[in-house]
Write a protein that binds this ligand. Structure first.
Ligand SMILES: NC(=O)c1ccc[n+]([C@@H]2O[C@H](COP(=O)([O-])OP(=O)(O)OC[C@H]3O[C@@H](n4cnc5c(N)ncnc54)[C@H](OP(=O)(O)O)[C@@H]3O)[C@@H](O)[C@H]2O)c1
Length: 252
């Protein structure tokens, strides 16, 4: 029988984690690296945050490189896929999110969210998925949002892109299940990152929200990482099409 350490090992695998310069993506990339994967960190630009994430991984002895691409641009997304052709783990974590009431949102903002969150998902799936099925092994995990199923005012477009991304994951899971490639979604609740630092700094907004979470606290980025390692490992080779909610019970 395999020992428990081996079944979670990702040695010999290479992971691209989109949006791993910061926040949840960075925590996932570091966790995959600690499990033995070579990691391709990614950001929208060659930022200090991206270089710091790579340096933090290297300081732990993790084999890693950085990649830069604006996922809102299909040419840059194609170049990213080409530069990550050897990746057999793909974590679709990067997204953009802006707030706007239905009657107010601008068409430019609609296109930015759809292009970055959804079109890039299809593009990376279309290019990287077949390379994984040809090898007979692959892991794809998208990072969803509780908003994909639970309405939140002013997040119509964002929530719609997340719901559509999840639908794409379910289809890919079914198409590629017989070819050694699993496709799953991990769905965070409220996780303290740069993204929501401003709204959570207002106690009149943050405290009632915190009180509505059965676990009694907001999540931290690392709360989302362990489940991604597990889903990418051989321990979860029979888990596909799942949606694992990481929200301290928020959506119960
Ligand atoms: N935080 C939460 O409470 C929460 C809740 C539910 C779901 N989520 C989801 O979890 C994921 C990570 O969220 P987070 O809070 O960690 O986000 P974050 O702190 O805002 O970080 C976003 C990451 O995405 C990258 N990114 C942004 N725009 C991009 C673009 N156009 N092209 C390429 N990369 C781009 C950023 O790169 P740069 O550093 O280069 O900008 C950064 O690495 C997202 O999909 C989000 O929807 C988060």
């Amino acid at each position: 029988m395999a020992n428990m350490n081996d079944i979670f090992s990702l040695a010999g695998h290479t992971a691209l984690v989109t949006g791993s310069s910061r926040g949840i993506g960075r925590a996932i990339a570091l966790a995959l690296g600690r499990a033995g994967a070579r990691v391709l960190f990614h950001g929208a630009s060659d930022s200090q945050a991206l270089r710091d994430a790579v340096a933090a991984a290297q300081a732990e002895g993790i084999e890693c490189e950085q990649r830069v691409a604006n996922l809102g641009d299909s040419g840059e997304t194609a170049s990213l896929a080409a530069a990550c052709a050897d990746a057999d783990i793909l974590v679709l974590n990067a997204s953009v999110q802006s707030y706007g009431h239905l009657e107010n949102f601008g068409e430019d903002e609609f296109h930015r969210m759809v292009e970055t969150n959804l079109r890039s998902t299809f593009q990376l799936l279309r290019i990287m998925g077949p390379a994984m099925t040809a090898r007979g092994w692959g892991r794809i995990v998208s990072i969803g949002s509780v908003n994909q199923a639970h309405p939140a005012p002013r997040l119509t477009i964002y929530a719609s892109t997340k719901a559509a991304q999840k639908a794409a994951m379910l289809t890919a899971a079914k198409e590629w299940a017989a070819k050694g490639v699993t496709v799953n979604t991990v769905t965070p609740g409220v996780i303290t990152t740069d993204r929501n630092a401003k709204v959570l700094s207002d106690p009149s907004f943050a405290e009632p929200l915190r009180a509505s979470i059965p676990a009694g606290r907001f999540g931290v980025a690392e709360d989302c990482a362990g489940i991604v390692v597990a889903l990418c490992s051989d321990a979860c080779s029979y888990v596909t099409g799942a949606d694992v909610i990481v929200d301290g019970g928020f959506s119960l």
